[in-house]
Design a protein around this ligand. Structure first.
Ligand code: 0RA
Length: 637
């Protein structure tokens, strides 16, 4: 018996050490302790409930933000198992929340289908919560257990009766761990909840913000059509090439695949792939299988039905224009590769997707010849544009503006040629550009002034974007080339800083530039090369003392700092109003400036936001810009 006690002690010590390790290096487990990591906590808990729903036992998952930024996640599944494990003496509930990687897999009978990028399990959330409570309804009873900073506060105890089954997890992120913020963004949670509802058909997902008791906000998502409805959503408001959504679903070797696609009349492709609900934004074998089938079937149909004229051809790129597609697979043992571990590597998946989608497409084209013709006509337009553009490029090869720096004549380059320490400031307006040129440290800071509005690139083909001078100078200055020729290793700067006025126009230009990078040079964002500079809003002069304030709150704080002095406050309407020294001090000096790095946490969601901001639909854009006058504060897109 003594021996057994020792054994359990050893196990307990291991558990405590495990959770202690999480608190020591939280970034290793949830990526960061910034806003992204904070939101990640919610997804770890939600994932467990999604697994219960995918196993067929739960149908409704509810996420609530309670006052104090406490999160509650409830499902109507079987309820987590409460009986004691004969060996450890612990309930399954306790195991889930105290043993690292205990996910939902502890009896090995089922595999975890969902799971965030980090897929670390509920114990990590527990370790990083000031407190966490689990409430289980099962066997006609209620059970409850509480933890504080990962440690058991009280053992699982039986409460009253219960007339239903299910699990509820309530937790408060530990401000000691999340020093930047513990405030959740409703919009971030809402978008991902909606995405999860699309990806897991039939599950009802509710998100509710109860932080303001007087104004409770909620959204309920429930899609019986799943990713078919996702495609419909992404295409809403667009002109369609053919009315039906092409859809297929199948399973082989325990790998489930599902694809939905439809063409609209724009030039942009939106192809999003998911593995176990994780957005694989670097693509991978499922996307390759998708592309193979799509190109093969379209080419086949076009050739067999004599739809190609002499000299006409269709390639991978041509079949993508205006394409909206979701590729979603569920794999018991996914291998994630790539820079950000969001590229699916399992080679067997390629053929499975290609075969199942191929059969569906062949049959669809056969049964819907009208639609097939319309789709192929659309692809041919793309092909003709591509070939014409190539010919034009070849004709002007020697003078190609992308080959040298001639075009970026306005560029004031830095002396340093080491990209790792070189920075380029893309500055709105000539006068601000002038101040920036005089104020900069020309050893490693380059300045590129842009004149007027940048072309809205959401609506146009690459070729058209390339005819815009501002865009050309930018591509040239950056040095990577674009499109098929893009090469990140040729980047001449590893910090590309967008510096615009701190007003609505400035923000609009900033969004346009971000849209451009997002659409045509997304790797720059993925690599973390893109930044937004934050110039101050006010200069407050207290006698000889000068303070710069970057927000209204900061200005008020300075006023309180010198209560007996009346400040002379200047509101900066534009960068151009600052003299070179001021611009250097407030916005460009690495020791003092604030740069917001632009992230691509989830390219799908970012793209949806860009679509909304930049697409044809003008109204939502107006609303967004009005509601987000300070959107740059959390540019965590
Ligand atoms: C019964 C058995 C198992 C898990 C659950 C119920 C269950 C877990 C969670 C987590 C959140 N909500 C839940 N609802 C039910 C064990 C299954 C396994 O070992 O794979």
């Amino acid at each position: 018996m003594g021996k057994d006690y020792k054994h359990y002690d050893a196990e307990n010590i291991q558990v405590l050490e495990g959770l202690e390790a999480v608190r020591k290096r939280p970034g290793m487990y949830i990526g960061s302790t910034g806003p992204a990591g904070l939101h990640h906590l919610v997804w770890e808990i939600v994932d467990n409930s999604i697994d219960e729903a995918l196993a067929g036992f739960a149908s409704h998952i509810e996420v609530e933000i309670l006052p104090g930024d406490i999160i509650s996640v409830t499902d109507d599944g079987r309820g987590m198992p409460v009986d004691k494990h004969p060996k450890t003496g612990k309930s399954a509930v306790e195991t889930i929340f105290t043993v690292l990687h205990a996910g939902g897999k502890f009896d090995g009978s089922s595999y975890k289908v969902s799971g965030g990028l980090h897929g670390v399990g509920a114990s990590v959330v527990n370790a990083l919560s000031e407190w966490l409570e689990v409430i289980v309804s099962r066997n006609g009873r209620k059970y409850k257990q509480r933890f504080e900073r990962g440690k058991v506060k009280y053992d699982l105890k039986e409460g009253g009766k219960s007339d239903h089954t299910g699990s509820q997890v309530i937790f408060k992120a530990d401000p000691v761990m999340f020093t930047e913020t513990t405030v959740y963004s409703y919009e971030t949670l809402r978008q991902r909840i909606q995405q999860l509802a699309f990806l897991n058909k039939g599950i009802k997902m509710t998100i509710r913000d109860k932080r303001n008791e007087e104004q409770i906000v909620e959204n309920i998502y429930h899609y019986e059509g799943g990713i078919k409805e996702y495609v419909e959503f992404l295409n809403s408001g667009k002109k369609l090439v053919a009315p039906k959504i092409i859809h297929c679903e199948g399973e082989k070797d325990n790998i489930q695949i599902e694809v939905a696609l439809q063409y609209n009349d724009t030039y942009t492709a939106l192809v999003y792939s998911f593995t176990n609900n994780i957005h694989t934004h670097e693509g991978g074998t499922h996307e390759e299988g998708f592309r193979l089938a799509l190109t093969r079937c379209i080419k086949n149909y076009a050739t067999t039905n004599n739809l190609l004229k002499k000299d006409e051809e269709l390639n991978n790129e041509d079949v993508r224009e205006g394409l909206v597609a979701i590729v979603s697979i569920k794999h018991p043992n996914p291998q994630f590769e790539g820079q950000t571990k969001t590229k699916l590597g399992n080679t067997e998946v390629r053929a499975i997707v290609s075969q199942i989608l191929g059969e569906t497409l062949d049959r669809y084209f056969l049964e819907n010849p009208q639609d097939a013709k319309a789709i192929i006509e659309k692809c041919l337009l793309a092909s003709r544009a591509r070939i014409a553009a190539r010919k034009a490029r070849e004709a002007t090869r020697r003078k190609s503006p992308l080959d040298n720096l001639s075009f970026a004549s306005k560029l004031a380059d830095c002396r340093c040629k080491d990209p790792a320490i070189s920075e380029i400031y893309i500055v709105e307006g000539d006068s601000a550009g002038g101040s920036a040129k005089s104020g900069r440290d020309n050893e490693y800071q380059a300045i590129l002034p842009l004149r007027g509005k940048v072309l809205n690139v959401q609506k146009v083909r690459l070729e058209r974007a390339l005819s815009n001078n501002e865009i050309l100078s930018m591509i040239q200055a950056i040095g990577t080339g674009i499109g098929e020729e893009f090469d990140i290793t040729k980047a001449r700067y590893h910090k590309i800083v967008i510096m615009t006025d701190a007003d609505v126009d400035g923000e609009h230009i900033c969004i346009l530039l971000l849209t451009f990078f997002f659409r045509f040079m997304p790797e720059l964002i993925e690599k973390g090369y893109i930044y937004v500079a934050k110039p101050p809003l006010y200069k407050a002069q207290f006698g000889k003392l000068v303070r710069y304030a970057y927000s209204d709150e900061e200005l008020e704080a300075y006023k309180k700092e010198f209560p007996d002095r009346k400040p002379d406050v200047q509101r900066y309407k534009g960068l151009g109003e600052m003299d070179p020294e001021q611009l250097w001090e407030t916005t460009m000096d690495p020791a003092l400036r604030t740069l917001v790095q632009v992230h691509l946490e989830d390219a799908t969601i970012a793209s949806q936001t860009f679509e909304m901001l930049m697409g044809e639909d003008v109204d939502p854009r107006k609303v967004f810009i009005q509601e987000n006058a300070h959107y740059a504060d959390n540019l965590d897109i």
